[in-house]
Design a protein around this ligand. Structure first.
Ligand code: IFM
Length: 451
């Protein structure tokens, strides 16, 4: 088959062994809250006004109770891999101590069900659902003890599942946990202190380092960390906006990449933070910067830095998703090329990319052509980065199915599969059929190349 006949004709550079997948996280889809401990998100959801539609994660998509059907759904897409997260409070009710056999059993069934269907399990250990007991006992991530508890949990999980997990990510988006959770207070645990946010960010990275050691001691799986990153552009060409862009870039991108690669936070950002900079212990730098096999890149949009009025994508007339985020695929190429050039580190995997749109279920169908276009243009952006020499080895669509979108509740739909929250019925959208067709063509091409 001629590559130009593919449904994304530009994809000429992605290697034959490129990993295609879909992604979810535990709190956003699992439900079955009666079979796990309480997390900080359960508590945050009860705070009046915290969640746009007043909802919570108690039922979510009831994935735990629909596991087999959901596994068949994933398999029907033809993906190579499924990225999911493990709910820490489903393994350890209070974040420490003996693991729960029902929780371990659930993930055994999930992992074995994936393998039986020829799908590689990619597990994330922490996608924001900290056991509430650790928030109460140690103050959560601003307390260093939480990092030690995280390492114990990583040890338990990698002992049990490490023989079958292909890829472990320690953390998902530590910037979001630190800043949205501890400085802006719009995500759990809902605190508002820059000093706490920065201390949390350091302890998250210490936890990442300790968890990496624990996983390595137990299994051969690759280990990495998932970061949300975006290019930060100055809104105007003034010195003030350029300086702001440099600091914003330092806070969201360089903070994590420098720490992971050279063990040091950027000097300009430390100076900017002053007394809010985190306390570190001797040895932390080496722990945080130990080698990993991959950096996971979660990309949705770019950001603008301005010392004046904040930039609004809608007001500027840019094309936006239902989150109000500008649709800017070029930013993905820019980001991947920059990561490759500035840090030359481990290979990159696009661990999340996707878009919310106000999908409508009409006569049993969801025609989400804007999502198809979003995915096609962003895949082309990945292909362009690979053409420019960047080592990107996989791409995961966020998300497999509509789910609990944190402070937006169930109002924002990111799935390629529609979920009816009254009946919990799953309906593949046009984008799901598009993904399957893309992967069917890719498989046919592999066969043709092999013969
Ligand atoms: O839904 C989230 C996910 O949990 C983390 N990355 C961004 C997604 C969309 O907001």
């Amino acid at each position: 088959m001629d590559r130009d006949q593919l449904i994304v004709p530009g994809l000429r550079h992605l290697p034959a062994n490129f990993i295609w997948g879909v992604a979810t996280s535990a709190f956003q889809i699992e439900g079955a809250a009666d079979r796990r401990g309480e997390s900080i998100w359960d508590v945050f959801c009860r705070r009046p006004g915290a969640i746009a539609d007043g909802s919570d994660g108690l039922t979510a998509c009831a994935h735990v109770d629909r596991l087999d059907a959901d596994l068949d759904l994933i398999a029907s897409l033809g993906v190579d891999a499924y990225r999911f997260s493990i709910a820490w409070p489903r393994i350890q009710t209070e974040g420490s101590g003996a693991p729960r056999s029902d929780g371990l059993g659930f993930y055994d069934r999930l992992i074995d069900g994936l393998l039986a269907r020829g799908i590689q399990p990619y597990a994330t250990l922490y996608h924001w659902d900290l056991p509430q007991a650790l928030q109460l006992r140690f103050g959560g991530w601003p307390g260093r003890e939480t990092a030690y508890r995280f390492a114990d949990y990583a040890d338990t999980v990698s002992r049990r599942f490490g023989d079958r997990i292909v890829s472990f990510a320690t953390l998902n988006e530590p910037w979001v946990v630190a800043v949205l959770g501890h400085e802006q207070g719009i995500f759990a645990p809902g605190l508002r202190s820059r000093a706490m946010a920065m201390q949390a960010s350091h302890h998250l990275l210490v936890g990442h380092g300790l968890a990496t050691q624990a996983i390595r001691a137990n299994c051969q799986a690759e280990v990495g960390i998932v970061l949300n990153m975006s290019p930060i552009h100055p809104l105007t060409d003034t010195d003030a906006d350029r300086a702001k862009a440099a600091i914003d870039d330092g806070l969201i991108n360089r903070w994590y990449m420098d720490a992971l690669h050279v063990g040091q936070y950027p000097a300009d950002v430390l100076a900017h933070l002053g007394a809010d900079a985190p306390q570190q212990l001797p040895g932390d730098a080496a722990l945080v910067s130990q080698p990993v096999e991959f950096i996971g890149v979660n990309y949705y949009t770019r950001s603008f830095a301005s010392t004046g009025e904040p930039w609004s994508a809608q007001a500027s007339g840019a094309a936006v998703t239902d989150m109000g985020w500008e649709i800017y695929p070029e930013g993905l190429t820019e980001l991947l090329v920059r990561l490759h050039q500035d840090w030359k580190g481990p290979r990159l995997i696009v661990t999340e990319n996707g878009a919310a749109f106000a999908d409508q279920l009409v006569d049993g169908e969801v025609d989400d052509q804007p999502r198809v276009e979003y995915l096609a243009t962003h895949l082309a952006a990945v292909d362009e980065a690979v053409r420019r020499g960047v080592n990107v080895t996989g791409y995961f669509v966020w998300s497999l199915m509509d789910n609990f979108e944190w402070a937006s509740g169930y109002r924002k739909r990111f799935g390629i599969v529609h979920v009816d929250y009254d009946t919990l019925k799953r309906t593949p959208k046009r984008s799901a059929r598009w993904v399957s067709e893309l992967l069917r063509q890719r498989a046919a091409q592999r066969l043709a190349n092999a013969s």
